[in-house]
Design a protein around this ligand. Structure first.
Ligand code: ACO
Length: 397
């Protein structure tokens, strides 16, 4: 959506680019950097990490291998993968002091707020964070953060249910260990695989709002933890990662196919948004939604939650009929919530799980950008009043 500001330009923060300017509201289609990490084709519904199609990664890879790919630009050899996994395992623990301080926060707040606070506390308390200045140090710190995110997130989930955090199990892979730390029990193999795939699918996604936000902070040469808290803050919003939570809250209110039909009628008649639909880049169905939709169906059959799945399919069908022709289709958040719900995970934890995975993309893109860093500094066109005389306070109306 280009917004023509026409003659409003001739005031204030004057740009040296002529009298007329089209600007892209929300930076639509504005290119902010080059990257070798990944791309999405919004017309074809294609997502690629480092040249590899997301469908192949979902079928054949693991989260640890995908993180290696994002960070180092190639698939690891067997020995490289073992070494990398050992490093992730060694970095998993989060200082008790961080968890204790989070536990003592007086407010009942969203786990994304605790996650953001936890990352800040880690930077304040762990002095190794403060000396990570160069790109190599930041890479090491980034790997540590990727490893710690599940521990911190699971610990927060336990705090919210008044349970003791469960320490990581070094014998378990990343996804399996995350599920284990959430519940204190080993999950079944399908649940572990579904979580692994979900983490792969969420790991990176172009210049989305949270990635851009993290890059803006990193490009000032601020520390990595500050950049990650920025990414978490952006991801929390319901127009971005927070949508997965909104979708399941919507679906859980619909107790039958009939209610789903009626709800769809109302939303469409009022031309309102359906959460989990629409995307700035995809003008067709998000490929990640296709993968998670299948897992949602499989899990629903196992858990007996078929009714909820059928409700989701009705909303999807009706949404596609109404909005599909203008390129508004289901995105990953439409089905990720259903998957996590069927894994028995509390709704409040859905967006934090997104952050557990996306930290990999944030770190990879920050490291890539810092190789050829330039601070971000766009312009805004001033359209307010000008030439006002300062009025002393006693003379104001
Ligand atoms: N339901 C119905 N119509 C929609 C939806 C939706 N969810 N999203 C966009 N549209 C329509 C708009 O009404 C608008 O229609 P119009 O041209 O007839 O006025 C058109 O599509 C363009 O919408 P914008 O809001 O301008 O699209 P934008 O690119 O700015 O926003 C966004 C993208 C924020 C994702 C939007 O689609 C949305 O709010 N979706 C719902 C929230 C959501 O699911 N977010 C998760 C995105 S994926 C992710 O971040 C992981």
């Amino acid at each position: 959506m280009k917004e023509d500001i026409g003659d409003k330009l001739d005031i204030g923060d004057k740009l040296d680019i002529g009298d007329k300017l089209d600007f892209a509201k929300g930076l639509e289609d504005v290119v902010a950097s080059t990257t070798s990490i990944g791309y999405l084709d919004g017309q074809l519904g294609k997502l690629v990490y480092r040249g590899y199609d997301i469908f192949d990664l979902a079928d054949f890879s693991t989260f640890e291998e995908t993180v290696y790919l994002l960070l180092y630009g190639k698939l690891p050899t067997r020995i490289e993968l073992v070494t990398f996994k050992d490093k992730l395992v060694s970095y998993r623990p989060v200082m008790d002091e961080v968890m204790d301080r989070l536990d003592r926060l007086p407010c009942p707040c969203h786990p994304m707020s605790l996650l953001r606070s936890g990352i800040s506390l880690m930077e304040c308390i762990d002095e190794t964070c403060q000396v990570a200045q160069g790109i190599e140090d930041k890479q090491e710190m980034g790997i540590k953060l990727i490893a710690q995110m599940p521990t911190l997130t699971a610990g927060i989930a336990r705090i919210l249910t008044n349970e003791q955090p469960v320490p990581p199990d070094p014998g378990l892979d990343h996804a399996a260990n995350f599920l284990y730390m959430l519940t204190g029990e080993r999950a079944d193999p399908l649940a572990e695989r579904v979580m692994d795939v979900s983490l792969i699918l969420h790991a990176d996604h172009g210049m989305n709002a949270s990635t851009f936000s993290a890059l803006v902070v990193a490009a000032t040469l601020s520390d990595l933890h500050s950049a990650i808290t920025s990414g978490i803050s952006a991801l929390k919003g319901p127009l971005h990662g927070g949508a997965n939570e909104m979708v399941i809250r919507m679906l859980l209110k619909l107790h039958s196919e009939e209610e789903a039909e009626n709800y769809a009628d109302e939303v469409i008649a009022a031309n309102k948004k359906i959460m989990g639909f629409g995307h700035r880049v995809y003008k067709t169905i998000d490929p990640r939604a296709k993968i998670l939709q299948q897992y949602a169906e499989d899990l629903s059959n196992i858990t007996g939650n078929q009714q909820l799945y059928r409700v989701a399919r009705i909303i999807e069908k009706r949404g596609m009929e109404a909005y599909g022709k203008k390129g508004v289709c289901p995105n990953i958040d439409f089905y990720s919530g259903l998957v996590y719900h069927n894994l028995g995970i509390h709704t409040d934890m859905f967006t934090p799980i997104f952050a557990v995975s996306r930290t990999a993309g944030w770190v990879a893109r920050i490291l890539e950008y810092l190789e050829n860093n330039r601070i971000f500094r766009p312009r805004a066109v001033y359209v307010g009043p000008k030439g006002l005389n300062y009025v002393p306070i006693d003379e104001r109306d």
